[in-house]
Design a protein around this ligand. Structure first.
Ligand code: ADP
Ligand code: MG
Length: 361
């Protein structure tokens, strides 16, 4: 259902503004964004839609197709539910000089949540776009991404980097977004035409605000402190010998090596070298499993099966601890490898396929 239809059904009047934002899949560069490093995501077809209508009282009345109804006062404290995203968005709109007393809001989505496809950022971006439309103001895509990140930090409690919000806000279909998270420089690179990134859900999900994500962030901050640098973006592999704690060393090794892999992957994508790109994906998964310890038995199984049937590369994607894997195959092998994975991994399902050839057709 569209958010407009849901809005009319629930509130008995048409919305004044509606907007949407897509989820993303990260092709390589995991847990590097909050270390001011490099990432290479692209959009997926799945999206979140938000419709809005202003209220004259001070209530926020929300209906999410997926997460249900919620009514609160706009100046009330966060309560750990989905309406916190709306609380946050209204807060930052007020900081932008806007006055909103109350709000009716409907949300519909095709993005699986807690799966590494960034439903939370897509929600923030769709919501902020709809608010801008309602208020007849313009904010740049970078500003919208930055507000989305602030909502996540200060109203949800996930101390995320800016990859998800920048991708939902700024990326284009069929293009990878090479993002430098230190200065927000971006480069658009076309994805492969003769190869496909297959996104497979492992069947298990997680909630980032539950703490494991923030724990990894803290560990990398300790590593940067040990090395006397502002972030691991500025570290080299040879610096690792200066880190004493074996766990902190492993976390740092993942981030430093992953940053190197993203930079190489960008070159391989430009050169259409899918095999070399795939090797980096395999190395990335190994590093996330062994050093960053964010994989799961289901994700490892998908990666192993994909590799054993001839995929060029496979890795978990997103924050990890469950969620999705991304598998790179030639277009010819795509259906066969997908079938093999789905057959041998119970509860797994196909989310989407990403290839320039699919988008062009
Ligand atoms: P991810 O961003 O990887 O999907 P997160 O744990 O960061 O996972 O965010 C999931 C949270 O985002 C949900 O628990 C919910 O609060 C919010 N959210 C996602 N989709 C919706 C939706 N359709 N309606 C309301 N809230 C949503
Ligand atoms: Mg999220």
């Amino acid at each position: 259902m569209s958010s407009q239809s849901l809005f009319k059904r629930h509130f008995q009047y048409p919305p004044i503004s509606s907007s949407e934002a897509h989820g993303r899949v990260n092709l390589i560069g995991e847990h590097t964004d909050y270390n001011n490093g490099f990432v290479l995501p692209t959009l997926i077809e799945q999206k979140i839609q938000v419709s809005l209508g202003p209220r004259s009282d001070t209530q926020i009345v929300g209906i999410s197709e997926e997460f249900g109804e919620k009514t609160i006062l706009s100046d009330s404290k966060t309560d750990g539910t989905w309406i916190d995203f709306v609380r946050g968005a209204l807060h930052y709109m007020t900081e932008e000089g806007q006055t909103i007393s109350g709000l009716d809001i409907s949300v519909t989505s095709s993005i699986p949540t807690g799966s590494g496809l960034s439903s939370s950022a897509a929600f923030e971006i769709a919501l902020l776009r709809a608010l801008c439309q309602m208020l007849e103001i313009e904010l740049s895509s970078i500003k919208i991404a930055q507000i989305g990140q602030l909502i996540e930090h200060n109203f949800i409690g996930t101390y995320c980097g800016i990859m998800d919000q920048m991708t939902s806000s700024k990326a284009e279909f069929g293009q990878a977004l090479y993002l430098d998270c230190e200065n927000l420089n971006t480069e658009i690179i076309p994805i492969f035409t003769d190869y496909t990134f297959i996104i497979i859900h492992s069947g298990s999900t997680r909630k980032l605000s539950e703490g494991l994500y923030n724990e990894r962030k803290r560990e990398t901050e300790i590593a940067a402190k040990d090395l006397n640098i502002t972030s691991l973006r500025h570290a080299e592999i040879t610096d690792l010998k200066l880190i004493k704690d074996p766990k902190i060393l492993k976390r740092a090794r993942h981030v430093i090596s992953e940053n190197n892999r993203v930079q190489k992957a960008v070159q391989y994508l430009k050169q259409n070298s899918a095999e070399a790109f795939g090797n980096l994906m395999n190395e990335s998964h190994f590093s996330m499993d062994k050093d960053y310890e964010i994989s799961s038995s289901e994700l490892n199984h998908i990666v192993k099966i994909a590799q054993s049937y001839g995929a060029l590369g496979a890795r978990l994607t997103g924050a990890g601890f469950g969620g999705c894997a991304v598998v790179l195959t030639s277009n010819n092998q795509r259906n066969d490898i997908t079938e093999k994975i789905l057959k041998s991994c119970s509860n797994s399902y196909l989310v989407t396929n990403i290839s320039k050839s699919i988008i062009l057709n």
